[in-house]
Design a binder for this molecule. Structure first.
Ligand SMILES: Cc1ncc(COP(=O)(O)O)c(C=O)c1O
Ligand SMILES: N[C@@H](CCOP(=O)(O)O)C(=O)O
Length: 522
């Protein structure tokens, strides 16, 4: 039997396919100097935790009781045109407005009242965020909402839809670093170890919470929609289902994995499978959301990036607020690379750290418009027709956040790299062979690391974080194809196909001896 047939057991056809309790300094005449009076939200201090809530009260009700007894903290945020000179425009929008583009058609950004946030020093923010990790206090048990003041300061905790996302493992890639790269300080931020298996949960909790608020305010939002290569749709449908809000997803037919496809189906989304690619779906959802009361959930909507940026803050927190040298992020629609930049930059601006890491954006060579733009010396950007790639979630040729990505990379002396199909699949297999189980997009990021390490740009002792964006279990078909050596024009050098053996003692002993000898000689 061919190794590949061993894998054919699936019934499916696998064809390609706070309110913090601290006082508002501005509203409190008796306040002693801010830096001295700043103290963590006392609803999460050990003392508060000893006071159990009444048996008939749930954690959301408990948060409601706390928030009704505390002052509003005076933090705020609004939409402004992305990267506009504040002196030349006063255009801005409340986050309660339904707006995705500036008057000139450009991108928007969520701008926080930095002066209000700066009333508290870096020590204060570090200890506040640290005090909330690993708790179940609503909503701070979430890695996103533990940074609520920097994310959506004005939302009522009661309106938040959260699966306590974030707080994902920062994995020390000891063996991979040592064996393949001669590195001793290599880390993988497993953002795919999450509610729906990708980093999209970080942004979606914010977006769906805001939609929940808008609907309570009787704003005209009948449902929430997105175009997707599989992960955004999974996150959107799960958070909407949790909130009881209809979700509508536009998917490129036969271009997402089966595991991704089944997620919105199971969560009750209205799923439209379309005979086009992601860029075609994106164009359509933009047209549709301009006509119908469907709220746009793609990262064109800058609310999403407010949640995604918390992964950067979390990385700093996990290193006890020491800054890594490099962070490598796979890029497709290019919202996430900017989100990382924004998270790091806010930490610097608010005094939690004194510098930011250099960012690397990694693209599949089959869908590499940012890479080409970078290689041209940031000359005129040209979208491309994205070709099929095993990194199917980043098969995007016309990224909506191109301006955000360029801004982020230029601001941190960043680099763009690319990975061929063979490179990304080999990198994924090598990583898996050291105990990880990563997705092909993380294989793209690891390829970038391998290239930059081989060329000496990244040094052996540089502290480096590779962002793993989705769970490997969403992409098992690519691993099956690889380990079956079933991929045309690919050597699949690290394939580890199962061995067919007769169910008989002698035969089993023969293959085992051969195997053990091969291990012994290494
Ligand atoms: C698994 C995975 N990795 C990486 C990306 C790229 O993120 P972005 O579109 O923000 O560049 C996406 C989605 O695009 C994704 O689903
Ligand atoms: N990989 C994404 C593509 C869309 O990106 P978004 O961040 O703009 O929603 C997906 O999973 O759909």
């Amino acid at each position: 039997m061919a190794a590949s047939s061993l894998f054919q057991s699936s019934r499916f056809s696998l064809s390609p396919q706070p309110e913090p309790a601290f006082r508002n300094p501005r509203s409190n005449d008796h306040c002693i100097p801010i830096r001295a009076c700043a103290s963590p939200d006392h609803s999460t201090t050990p003392q508060a935790l000893r006071h159990r809530r009444p048996a008939d009260e749930n954690i959301r009700e408990e948060a409601r009781r706390h928030s009704s007894t505390h002052n509003h903290q005076g933090f705020s945020s609004r939409y402004v045109p992305f990267n506009a000179d504040p002196a030349s425009t006063d255009e801005s929008y409340s986050l309660d407005e339904i707006v995705y583009r500036s008057r000139s058609g450009g991108l928007l950004d969520v701008q926080h009242d930095m002066e209000a946030l700066k009333r508290y020093d870096g020590d204060y923010w570090r200890s506040l965020f640290d005090s909330r990790v690993g708790k179940t206090t609503w909503p701070y048990g979430s890695g996103v909402w533990s940074k609520k003041e920097w994310v959506l300061p004005e939302i009522d905790s009661d309106d938040i839809i959260s699966a306590f996302e974030g707080n994902s493992n920062l994995f020390w890639a000891e063996r991979f670093g040592k064996q393949f790269l001669g590195m001793n300080d290599l880390w993988v931020k497993h953002c795919g170890n999450s509610h729906t298996g990708s980093f999209k949960d970080l942004g979606m909790t914010v977006l769906v919470s805001q939609v929940n608020r808008l609907r309570k305010m009787n704003r005209p939002v009948v449902g929430v929609g997105c175009a997707s290569t599989g992960d955004t749709s999974a996150a959107l449908s799960a958070y909407c289902a949790s909130a009881g809000i209809p979700s509508i997803v536009f998917l490129p037919a036969n271009r997402i994995s089966l595991a991704q496809l089944v997620q919105p189906i199971a969560n009750g989304a209205f799923v439209l499978s379309m005979d086009t690619d992601f860029d075609g779906c994106m164009q359509l959802i933009r047209e549709v959301t301009a006509e119908l009361p469907i709220y746009l959930a793609n990262s064109l909507n800058s609310l999403r990036l407010e949640g995604q940026k918390t992964a950067a803050i979390e990385i700093l927190q996990q290193f006890d607020w020491e800054v890594p040298d490099w962070v490598i992020v796979p890029g497709g629609n290019l919202g996430n690379i900017y989100a990382f930049y924004k998270g790091f930059h806010m930490c610097k601006e608010l005094g939690l750290v004194d510098r930011i890491p250099r960012l690397v954006c990694a693209q599949a060579a089959n869908a590499n418009p940012l890479y080409l733009h970078y290689k041209s010396g940031w000359n005129e950007f040209k979208s491309v027709k994205a070709n099929t790639t095993f990194a199917s979630a980043i098969q995007i040729g016309d990224p909506v956040s191109i301006d955000r990505a360029v801004f982020a990379l230029k601001s941190c002396n960043g680099i763009v790299e690319e990975a061929t199909e063979e490179e990304l699949m080999d990198a994924m297999a090598e990583a898996d062979s050291t105990g990880m189980f990563i997705c092909p997009h993380t294989g793209v990021a690891l390829t970038a690391l391998i290239k930059l390490r081989n060329s000496g740009v990244i040094g052996p002792t540089d502290r480096t974080v590779v962002v793993s964006t989705a769970h490997g279990l969403k992409f098992t078909q690519s691993k099956i194809d690889y380990h079956s050596k079933d991929i045309p024009d690919m050597a699949c050098r690290f394939a580890n196909p199962p061995v067919q053996v007769k169910a008989e003692f002698g035969s089993v002993m023969d293959v085992l001896k051969k195997y053990l000898l091969s291990k012994d000689s290494k």
